[in-house]
Design a protein around this ligand. Structure first.
Ligand SMILES: Nc1ncnc2c1ncn2[C@@H]1O[C@H](COP(=O)(O)OP(=O)(O)OP(=O)(O)O)[C@@H](O)[C@H]1O
Ligand SMILES: Cc1ncsc1CCO
Ligand SMILES: [Mg+2]
Length: 261
């Protein structure tokens, strides 16, 4: 499927996206999913996630503000997604920062995500590479993470998406680079978390590799448009949601900014 077909399908089907994300991201991630045309639900109680996953089109798990009850819910949700044949997307926020985060992420990877989406430092650290990242923000370039992304995709049999100035997506065999967006984007918290939620929505209606590329192309185009009017990070966030809601499938038909490798 092409990016314009994927966006058109999302907007017609309006898939329900089950998001387990962090306290920082919950509001903007839900608004991003809605602006693109899908339907978010932030559901993280351990007693209900396994019942919610089967009614959703896809699941996303972000470990940003984890704690034991949340981790248990993430594990149950991931297992339910696998059992129901629903794709799920993992966002390994700052997993290298503490042993607890690292152990949780390794456990979740073992539960079969369809896509792992992280910034360059997060993806490099998943392959044991030294990184300059300290917390949730990346300290490394995407170019330096490409080899790790390919190795990770091959080892886990999943799609890996690395974000930064120019994004990189790979399934271990095919790869793509996506350019666009603006340097204002990393100045707004939870843009990456929101992207992960949107990627889940697109993975509900398209194969994982194409869905990941489509999510990045959509973010790049919305970022380009918002940068034309924004005066800084505050107004950019508002302009970004407006732009995302105004992008039509045909606006992405030329695949501008996507380099298929
Ligand atoms: N310098 C940049 N120029 C253009 N776009 C960028 C730049 N940095 C990040 N982006 C875009 O911002 C979005 C979020 O990517 P980023 O790598 O900042 O995620 P992240 O570090 O996981 O964010 P967070 O943890 O705050 O949610 C992606 O769409 C990415 O393409
Ligand atoms: C700032 C922050 N802290 C934990 S999660 C999060 C959102 C960006 O990843
Ligand atoms: Mg992040």
């Amino acid at each position: 499927m092409t990016t314009d077909q994927i966006l058109a399908t999302l907007q017609t089907q309006k898939p329900l996206v089950h998001c387990i994300t962090n306290y920082v991201a919950m509001n903007i991630a839900a608004n991003v999913v809605l602006a693109a045309g899908a339907s978010p639900a932030m559901v993280h109680a351990e007693d209900e996630v396994a019942d919610f996953v089967p009614i959703a089109g896809a699941l996303t798990i972000n470990i940003g503000t984890l704690s034991p009850a949340w981790v248990s819910a993430m594990q149950k949700a991931a297992d339910a997604a696998r059992a129901a044949g629903k794709p799920w997307v993992l966002d390994p926020v700052a997993h290298f920062a503490t042993p607890y985060r690292g152990e949780v992420v390794q456990d979740l990877i073992g539960r079969g995500p369809a896509i792992i989406r992280g910034n360059a430092s997060e993806i490099m650290a998943l392959r044991g590479a030294a990184t300059a990242g300290k917390g949730v923000d990346s300290g490394d370039s995407v170019a330096d993470a490409e080899a790790a992304a390919i190795a990770l995709a091959k080892a886990q049999g999943c799609v890996v998406a690395v974000t930064g100035e120019v994004d990189f997506v790979t399934d271990g065999t095919r790869s793509a680079r996506i350019s666009g967006g603006t340097e204002i984007m990393p100045m707004i918290t939870a843009m990456g978390c929101s992207l992960t939620a949107l990627m889940g929505g697109l993975a509900a209606v398209a194969p994982a590799f194409e869905a990941a590329v489509a999510a990045l192309a959509l973010f790049a185009e919305a970022g380009n448009r918002a940068a034309r009017t924004a005066g800084g990070p505050g107004s950019f966030q508002v302009a970004f949601l407006d732009a995302l809601s105004q992008i039509k499938p045909e606006d992405l038909a030329d695949d501008a900014g996507v380099q298929w490798l």
